[in-house]
Each structure stands twice: as structure tokens, then as C-alpha cells.
Design a protein around this ligand. Structure first.
Ligand SMILES: Nc1ncnc2c1ncn2[C@@H]1O[C@H](COP(=O)(O)OP(=O)(O)OP(=O)(O)O)[C@@H](O)[C@H]1O
Ligand SMILES: [Mg+2]
Length: 409
């Protein structure tokens, strides 16, 4: 075996925290979707007619919510459930998922729909009207019913706002005297306003049937991560503390974006960082590193450090040192204060009083450099818990000490 083969083999053989890594990727449909039951039920209610009286009317529903809130995955899960229920009733229902980011024009969308339905259409030479005719004739002949999800529909609207293709799609049956309305739509958007670009006539078609996907709260992200970690990681690889650290970073109620996508990405990167160091478990510092990769804007926080006053820097350094002593994401303010007094002695600075420290801390919290929250239940007594935003501790520590040194400290 060559020298290089040995290196490569060594890496391939080294243990990994991932049992089935792909189960953390966005394309994978998880076994469970915690906190999306309401949306799933609402979808079922609004599409009742698909099974009860297929072809009677064209059903249209909008799914709206910011990124990473589970719109795509919920649509797919609903699609496959309703298709298999239809089958049991002898209804030939097909679910087609079209990504409008990839198919940006009306002809492209029509082609994507037809290939999803297994209906070949000529690639060239036909007008939109002719394409639609061909499609409608074929599904009539094959006795197909279709539920078509137009995902990332915002993109479609932006690139077509002048020609109003939405109108063509929703008014599909107005130009035909077909007995059965076999096409139904699920429009998926981040911003509901996108639909208004289609003009009054088409947007008024929607207002009734919007299902909202609110950004996830931190407890919800926690549940999602716990489930996905169970599917994809070896048992015990990540602690509860680790999962809750990510969910606090991302939880909407804690100032995060509320995106399950970002939370899962952080988990993947943190696992990779543990793998690189062949550790077999994910630490809080792995998560901090991952956060900077996934959300580069958090790295910019380092730049803000320069603008801090000396005692703010000293407090920041104390938080880092306190965090380094534990394996946890947050430390109690009392701990930080103890270390701060020690550090002040080392730097020959007069330590500030508690109330002053608190003011500094709130200022740094508002700048987004640190996070501060109430301990709530679970900790002895009530206390303020402090953590830092972004970056592995060692780097931050070094950077802060350099800044202090530059100021002659
Ligand atoms: N409730 C949930 N349970 C488990 N996994 C979830 C849940 N919600 C979202 N996810 C996962 O989070 C990731 C992002 O979800 P999804 O792609 O559905 O978001 P989206 O709302 O379509 O976002 P975007 O607008 O960016 O396309 C996927 O990996 C998905 O499986
Ligand atoms: Mg999506």
C-alpha cells in the first residue's frame, strides 16, 4: 500500500459520529415531523375534495413561511400520504413537486409537471397554449388526477411579473369546457406578498386558503434536532446540553431565525468537526465552530470587539474563561464575576461594581456579542446565564488578550 493510500485509508477507517449522515440533509424525508401536525391536518382538510369528489373543483392552497420552516418537507409528506390513500380508493392521484427556482418560466414549469406525471411533451415548437392542451388531453385520457406543488413559487413570480403566468395556471380551466378539473395546486412561498405580484385577479384566488408555517421556537427546534440526531448519529454522540445549545442559537423566541434547516446544518458541521479531531462526540465548541461556518455573519462579531471599553473586554474575557471551565454553553453571572475580579487583579485594574457590570453586559448583549438570559427552572436559584455568540473559545480568548495587550494592558 502506498504512503498516500495509507493516509486515505486511515481517515476512511477512523470512527465517525454519523451513523447515517444523509438523514440530516435537506432532501431526506424524516420519519417524524414534530410541530407540523397542525399544518398536515389543515392540508388534509383543504384537500378533502381530492378523495371525496375528485374533479369537481380545482383546489388551491398556499403554504407560506420563512426559510427552513418545513414547508417543502410537509408538502412532500402530505403528497405521498394522500396519493397512497387515493390509491386505496381506486383514484389515480399523482403528486408532482416542481421547484420553480429551477424551472423559472411557464413552459419550463409545464414541462416539469408533464414529466412528473409521466406524460411526454415535445420539447420544442409548441406554444404555452398547445403545451397545456396536450397535457390536459393526456391526463383526461389516462384518467389521472394531479396535485402539483409549485415550490419556491416566489422565484417564478419575480422572473415573470410582467406576463402574469399565475393567471394562466389558476384560470387553467376557464378556457376549457372540460367536465373534470383534474389539476390541483399547492403554492409554496416564503413571502405571501409574492402572490400579489400576480395582480388582484389572481391573488384574490388565494387569500382564503393560506396555511402558515411560523418560525420554530427553541423548544420546537430542540424536538426536531433530537429526532433527527436519533436517526442519523450514534447514540450518546451529542448531549442534551449540545442540542439545547443549537436550539437556543436558532430558536425564534431567542432571537434566532427559527429555521430547522440552519439548525440541522449546524449539527452536521459540528459532527464533522468532531470527526476531524476523531473525538467520537460533539462538544459545545464544535457547535460554536459550526455556527461560524454556517452563519459567517457571526464571525463579524469579532470586529465589534475593538469598539468595546476595556472593562467590557475584561468581562468578555471572563465569560470565555468561565465557559472554558465547563462543557456547557452558558455560565452563571456569579461565576463570571468571580473570574472578572481575578482578572482585574492580574491586569491591575480596579474591578467595577455589580450594577456597572450588568450595564456593560446588557450593552454587549444588545450588540449581539454575547447572549444573556434568565436561568429559569432547572438551575439553583434564579440567575443570569451568559454565553458568547459565534466562534470557538480559544480563538476569541486569544483575540481578546491581543486587544488588551495592544491597549497596553
Ligand atoms: N418539523 C420538522 N421535523 C423534522 N425536520 C424538519 C421539520 N421542519 C423542517 N425540517 C427539516 O428542516 C430542513 C428544512 O425544511 P424545509 O426544506 O421543509 O424548509 P422550507 O420551509 O421549505 O424552507 P425554504 O423556504 O428555505 O425552502 C429539512 O431538512 C427538513 O427535513
Ligand atoms: Mg423549501
Amino acid at each position: 500500500m502506498s504512503y498516500y493510500e495509507k493516509i486515505v485509508e486511515g481517515e476512511l477507517k477512523s470512527p465517525s459520529v454519523f451513523r447515517e449522515k444523509y438523514k440530516l440533509y435537506p432532501e431526506y424525508t424524516p420519519e417524524r415531523l414534530p410541530h407540523r401536525e397542525r399544518q398536515l391536518r389543515e392540508l388534509a382538510q383543504r384537500f378533502r375534495g381530492l378523495l371525496a369528489s375528485p374533479g369537481k373543483e380545482m383546489l388551491r392552497v398556499v403554504l407560506a413561511g420563512s426559510y427552513g420552516t418545513g414547508k417543502t418537507v410537509t408538502a412532500k409528506v402530505f403528497g405521498s400520504a394522500i396519493v397512497s390513500l387515493a390509491k386505496k380508493k381506486g383514484i389515480n392521484l399523482k403528486y408532482v413537486h416542481v421547484n420553480c427556482f429551477k424551472s423559472r418560466t411557464l413552459p419550463q414549469v409545464i414541462h416539469a409537471i408533464s414529466s412528473g406525471l409521466g406524460i411526454p411533451l415535445p420539447q420544442r415548437g409548441l406554444s404555452v397554449q398547445e403545451l397545456l392542451n396536450g397535457l390536459l388531453e393526456d391526463i383526461e385520457r389516462k384518467n389521472i388526477y394531479a396535485l402539483i406543488a409549485l415550490d419556491e413559487f416566489d422565484y417564478f413570480m419575480v422572473s415573470n411579473s410582467m406576463t402574469n403566468p399565475l393567471y394562466t395556471l389558476v384560470r387553467l380551466y376557464d378556457d376549457y369546457s372540460l367536465e373534470k378539473k383534474r389539476i390541483n395546486y399547492l403554492f409554496i412561498v416564503r413571502d405571501q406578498g409574492a402572490l400579489e405580484l400576480g395582480g388582484e385577479a389572481s391573488s384574490s384566488y388565494f387569500v382564503r386558503d393560506v396555511i402558515t408555517f411560523p418560525p420554530y421556537r427553541s423548544t420546537e427546534i430542540y424536538d426536531i434536532l433530537r429526532d433527527r440526531a436519533q436517526e442519523a448519529l450514534y447514540p450518546g454522540v451529542i448531549s442534551e446540553e449540545g442540542l439545547s445549545y443549537i436550539s437556543i442559537l436558532e430558536g425564534y423566541d431567542k432571537g434566532g431565525s427559527g429555521s430547522a434547516r440552519t439548525a440541522l446544518e449546524i449539527l452536521v458541521r459540528a459532527g464533522e468537526s468532531a470527526d476531524v479531531e476523531k473525538r467520537g462526540s460533539i462538544t459545545i465548541d464544535d457547535i460554536r465552530k459550526a455556527q461560524v461556518i454556517v452563519k459567517p455573519e457571526t464571525a463579524l462579531l469579532q470586529d465589534h470587539l475593538e469598539s468595546l471599553e476595556t472593562h467590557e473586554l475584561l468581562i468578555f474575557l471572563s465569560i470565555i474563561k468561565a465557559l472554558k471551565r465547563t462543557e456547557e454553553g452558558f455560565v452563571r453571572m456569579g461565576e463570571v464575576e468571580k473570574i472578572y475580579r481575578q482578572i482585574c487583579e492580574n491586569y491591575r485594574e480596579k474591578a467595577r461594581k455589580h450594577t456597572q457590570l450588568y450595564t456593560y453586559i446588557m450593552k454587549m448583549k444588545n450588540m449581539g456579542i454575547i447572549s444573556a438570559r434568565n436561568s429559569g427552572k432547572g438551575y439553583r436559584g434564579k440567575s443570569t446565564l451568559l454565553g458568547i455568540n459565534g466562534g470557538p473559545l480559544d480563538e476569541f480568548e486569544k483575540h481578546t488578550e491581543e486587544l488588551l495587550a495592544r491597549r497596553g494592558k
